[in-house]
Design a protein around this ligand. Structure first.
Ligand SMILES: O=C(O)CCC(=O)C(=O)O
Ligand SMILES: [Fe+2]
Length: 293
């Protein structure tokens, strides 16, 4: 649960750093499961410290991490933020170098919360998440997209330049310092970046989506749901499942009722027709926009 101040900070500024959420014992288990996935990936592609690797953490070889999606520390906090939520996923990354300014949400209407867990201490010049407070809200969200280095249409064509430390530092941001055990929660629409991280930064995530409340949000969720349930080309990360979540997670072997609700809801939305409720999604410059159908 978030206290009233934490919830206020999240709603107003779009992020909150939750201190000391995990015990030392839990951190050991998370690191062990992280190492298990890293070893699985290394069987396909040796980690060189030159390219970020990403692992899905929802399968049977990471049972503790997978269970965190249903853990009340995160699920209840997510529900405090948005009312009802849908699961989006849980993954881990071995991050390399800087991360350019971007936001994670596919669209303004398709959003949620990411809980980011850094397994090493991180600060301003060692890869901590830096955010533009309040950038998850319109009209500022749109204003920030008008000009490089924040304009996404520019970033996606100029990754190398966007990743330059001076370019990232030219934008004022709040640094979310974190030590192992802390969790950085942020709205997926908030602009964020990082500078100076090591070439093997261990970062794990738990992500939930806002359960759609408006017809525009329903339209965004339908397009997300179709992707959620469809197999995709995983040849870049063959250690990850072809669907966004592993089949063994979808099988729900322990009959978890929360998980079943999520699976049923994703199925329901994936079977709905885009545009039928008056809104549809269109892809523009790598992002989704919800427009009148
Ligand atoms: O830690 C980083 O460098 C980037 C993290 C990020 O972009 C994310 O958690 O979405
Ligand atoms: Fe991100």
């Amino acid at each position: 649960m978030l206290n009233a101040d934490q919830l206020y900070q999240f709603n107003t500024f779009g992020f909150v750093v939750m201190k000391n959420v995990f015990s030392q014992e839990e951190l050991k288990v998370i690191q062990k499961e992280f190492d298990t996935k890293a070893a699985e990936a290394s069987n396909y592609e040796k980690f060189t410290g030159l390219k970020t690797q990403n692992f899905n953490m929802m399968g049977s070889t990471t049972p503790f991490y997978a269970s965190l999606l249903e853990d009340h520390r995160f699920l209840d906090a997510a529900k405090q933020m948005y009312g009802e939520v849908l699961v989006h996923g849980a993954d881990a990354n071995r991050y390399v170098g800087n991360t350019y300014w971007h936001y994670d949400a596919g669209s303004y209407e398709g959003y949620g919360v990411k809980f980011a867990i850094y397994l090493q201490p991180v600060d301003a010049n060692t890869g901590a998440l830096r955010v533009i407070p309040g950038s998850h809200k319109r009209p500022w969200f749109d204003d920030l997209d008008k000009k490089p280095p924040l304009r996404y249409a520019w970033v996606r064509l100029n990754n190398d330049q966007a990743e330059d430390t001076k370019v990232i530092e030219s934008i004022p941001g709040f640094v979310c310092k974190s030590t192992p055990g802390d969790v950085v929660a942020f709205d997926m629409r908030i602009y964020h970046a990082s500078v100076g991280g090591s070439s093997d930064r261990h970062h794990c995530t738990l992500v939930y989506r806002n359960y759609p409340k408006t017809p525009q949000e329903v339209a965004a969720t339908i397009s997300e749901a179709k992707e959620f349930m469809t197999e995709r080309d995983n040849s870049n990360t063959p250690w990850n499942p072809k669907k966004r979540v592993p089949d063994e997670w979808l099988d729900n072997p322990s009959n978890n009722s929360t998980r079943q609700f999520w699976i049923d809801e994703w199925m329901k939305f994936s079977n709905m027709t885009d545009g039928k409720n008056g809104y549809k999604t269109v892809a523009i410059d790598g992002k989704i926009e919800v427009v009148e159908a």
